[in-house]
Write a protein that binds this ligand. Structure first.
Ligand code: FES
Length: 127
């Protein structure tokens, strides 16, 4: 795993761009954490969120359908179709009690990096 730190974020190399399907997602592991990584080709944007759906604790978000709602990128869990904003993780289907953790994504050449806040990276390193 390739890692570098900037400011309060540790960036780890998640994968090569070509490993993520157009308008689809993959699951990437960071320690014990599963992260859903999406290439929203139609918007030419990348997003990452926790892979665990908070509704029924299913590791499923990376297999969700992505789309837009009022211009905001979103993902729908494949199980019960709850949808979540890929900008801030809030549930868009009327459930204020659950949301997704969102991670920053950056590209360097053909490589995709996901950012982990340093307090979380330290916790993972100590686990
Ligand atoms: S488990 Fe994801 S919406 Fe129910």
């Amino acid at each position: 795993m390739s890692v570098n730190s900037t400011q309060n974020i540790t960036w780890f190399k998640a994968c090569e761009k070509e490993e993520v399907p157009d308008n689809g997602g993959v699951c990437v592991k960071y320690g014990e954490e599963q992260i859903a990584l999406f290439h929203f080709t139609r918007r030419n944007e990348w997003f990452a969120s926790q892979n665990l759906c908070p509704h029924r604790q299913q590791m499923a978000i990376s297999r969700g359908m992505i789309g837009s709602q009022g211009g905001e990128p979103k993902v729908a869990c494949p199980f019960h179709k709850k949808t979540f904003s890929l900008i801030d993780g809030r549930c868009l289907t009327g459930d204020d009690t659950c949301g997704l953790k969102i991670y920053p994504v950056k590209l360097e050449g053909s490589q995709v990096y996901i950012g982990i806040h340093n307090d979380e990276a330290l916790v993972e390193a100590l686990a």
